[in-house]
Design a protein around this ligand. Structure first.
Ligand SMILES: [Fe+2]
Ligand SMILES: [Fe+2]
Length: 205
């Protein structure tokens, strides 16, 4: 791949080297990556609804931390790589315009969750509202947007490579700065470790 791998030129390749079957396979991989992320965060929000904020305080804290990281990686991957490619490929701009506005609201709610003290009922409220919002947003993405993309002219192989590359960078970056959030209530999770619930430890654990 050239050094221009991160540019937003997603026109189909002129040569036939990649072939239509490879392109179809890459499209499935791109959409599967996004669907997998959606499934992970939706099940985290369901799990949160089942927990008791007092009895399961540590599990709630771990779930909030991990879900905020997962969401930041996912939304930035879409905003920085996926949406620009989709915008260029679709004939209408309405879907992406709407999705970007919804991301702004999601980012605002994410900021509220991170700014609140761990265990504060207002944090749980922001997190639950974020979950509702995401359920709605995911429905739109996996519905109309993905449907329109099945006919779109796009170099999916290149988009897949760009997304995999950016995802690795974002994961490092987000896991690195995650330690700067949640100052107030973080002692519990840091002392007892984040592994109890099968979650990846943060940098300070
Ligand atoms: Fe998404
Ligand atoms: Fe999205």
């Amino acid at each position: 791949m050239s050094s221009h791998a991160m540019s937003h030129d997603f026109m189909p390749p002129r040569g036939e080297s990649r072939g239509p079957r490879a392109n179809t396979h890459a499209r499935s991989e791109v959409l599967r990556m996004l669907r997998d992320d959606h499934r992970t965060v939706k099940s985290a929000f369901r799990e949160f609804d089942r927990l008791d904020s007092m009895d399961d305080a540590e599990a709630c804290e771990n779930l909030i931390r991990q879900t905020c990281m997962d969401l930041e990686i996912h939304t930035r991957l879409e905003e920085e790589v996926f949406y620009p490619a989709v915008r260029a490929a679709l004939s209408t701009r309405v879907l992406i315009d709407d999705a970007e506005v919804e991301h702004q609201t999601m980012n605002m709610l994410l900021g509220q969750v991170r700014a609140a003290a761990m265990g504060d009922p207002r944090q749980s409220a922001s997190f639950r509202v974020l979950g509702e919002y995401i359920r709605h947003h995911v429905k739109e993405e996996e519905g109309e947007m993905f449907r329109q993309l099945s006919h779109a002219k796009l170099d999916w192989q290149r988009l897949l490579e760009d997304m995999q590359e950016r995802r690795a960078l974002l994961t490092n970056e987000v896991e690195d700065h995650e330690g700067t959030f949640y100052r107030q209530g973080s002692a519990l999770g840091l002392r007892q470790g984040l592994n109890d619930h099968g979650l990846r430890p943060g940098r300070h654990s």
